[in-house]
Design a protein around this ligand. Structure first.
Ligand SMILES: Nc1ncnc2c1ncn2[C@@H]1O[C@H](COP(=O)(O)OP(=O)(O)OP(=O)(O)O)[C@@H](O)[C@H]1O
Ligand SMILES: C[C@@](O)(CCOP(=O)(O)O)CC(=O)O
Length: 364
């Protein structure tokens, strides 16, 4: 039996901009995990997860021994990973075997409600690593991230992959994405995965850097409920961009400045400047919401951040917004009790979450 856990994530700054290749964002991995258990099987494989209801998904290979015939919803991360790992295995001449997967997740609550902590990324990363271990592929951490991103873009073409970076590398990460449309085209044009993974040009724009965590800022996470679909919100922002409804260049420049300020503050160990940069990043996202007319910082998320600011901390929505989580960076001087009371009074649920620690270098 192979068991692999991958952490969830939270965006700190740079959301929406990071969808553009080369645009930076900052993320943290969080100490809530999704675990994939793998056991060898015969003739067919199964995937058991509460996500799929009570019946497992069943997968088989077709005639040529590589393709997979699956009885399931087509837009599935686990099956996308299996498809690509099988392709890589075949390229490397590793013999095919069957396996059953069982998935347990702490990234939603007991009733299965998601918090927006990156369950799709965690399931993708953990499945890549479980299959890597099973077939003995010896993928570097970076190659496992690349494979997870390729599996993801087949399912969610606009996804930046920032969540995969946080889940793969842990800790605080600065991330910018490669051009996923180009990667998708390369996946479909018959290029071998071995070649694609090593092709620097195909991955242009990808940048991964580990950041120093702030020494004395506490990370608080609040959940406002009413999650919105990330893909729909990104799609709506992109439609408004195409319609010329807002100045995309100005937005990207402002977002980059906020992320650069946050990165510089973390590098310098200047917690006050880091909290100030988070406030700036909040302003960037609020202006994007106002210019597009989209409820990115919802009333609940506004309250979450306002309560934090009134208590001497900094707060903002995390990720696509429209509900879900907001984050706060609270210095020692902030009145955390007041933040908790304010959140409780407004039905904002405090999630007792910390940063999942670093796991080695980003080039390993
Ligand atoms: N326990 C699980 N087992 C199998 N697949 C899962 C599991 N949890 C999540 N997934 C996959 O991830 C998808 C959910 O992704 P979605 O982006 O909606 O949520 P999220 O990644 O948790 O949230 P966010 O993107 O806001 O961080 C599911 O439809 C499913 O394909
Ligand atoms: C809006 C976006 O930048 C962040 C989405 O974050 P989340 O999955 O809603 O936590 C989209 C993306 O990075 O893929």
């Amino acid at each position: 039996m192979i068991s692999v856990s991958a952490p969830g994530k939270l965006f700190v700054a740079g959301e929406y901009a990071v969808v553009e290749p080369g645009q930076p964002a900052v993320l943290v991995a969080v100490d809530r995990y999704l675990t994939v258990h793998l056991r060898e099987s015969v003739e067919a494989g199964t995937v058991h997860s509460p996500e799929y209801g009570r019946l497992p998904l069943v997968w088989r290979r077709d005639g040529d021994g590589v393709a997979i015939d699956v009885e399931h919803h087509p837009y599935d991360y686990v099956m996308s990973v299996i498809t690509l790992v099988e392709r890589l295995r075949a390229e490397r001449g590793v013999a095919p075997r069957f396996f059953d997967l069982r998935i347990d997740s702490q990234l939603d609550d007991a009733s299965g409600r998601k918090f927006g902590l990156g369950s799709s990324a965690a399931v993708t990363v953990a499945t890549v690593r479980a299959l890597d271990g099973f077939y003995g592929l010896g993928l570097t951490r970076r190659a496992a991230f690349q494979l997870a991103l390729l599996a993801t873009v087949r399912v969610a073409p606009t996804a930046s992959g920032g969540d995969l970076a946080a889940s793969t590398f842990g800790g605080w990460i600065r991330y910018s994405a490669p051009d996923r449309a180009r990667l998708r085209a390369r996946l479909d044009d018959g290029t071998s995965l071995t070649t694609l993974l090593a092709d620097a040009e195909a991955w242009e724009g990808l940048s991964l850097r580990r950041l120093t965590p702030p020494a004395a800022l506490r990370l608080l996470v609040g959940w406002t409920g009413s999650p919105a679909s990330t893909e729909r919100l990104v799609d709506q922002v992109q439609r408004r961009h195409r319609a010329g409804a807002y100045d995309q260049d100005a937005f990207l420049a402002e977002s980059r400045d906020a992320v650069d300020a946050l990165t510089a503050a973390l590098d310098a160990g200047d917690d006050e400047a880091a909290a100030a940069a988070l406030r700036t990043a909040r302003g960037v996202i609020r202006r994007l919401g106002a210019a597009t007319g989209l409820a990115i910082e919802t009333d609940g998320l506004s309250t979450l951040a306002d309560v934090a600011e009134a208590a001497g901390a900094a707060g903002k929505s995390s990720g696509a917004g429209g509900g879900d989580c907001g984050i706060v960076l609270a210095p020692d001087t902030a009145d955390v009790g007041r933040i908790m009371q304010g959140w409780e009074a407004h039905d904002i649920r405090h999630l007792a979450i910390s940063v999942h620690p670093d796991a080695g270098g980003v080039d390993d």
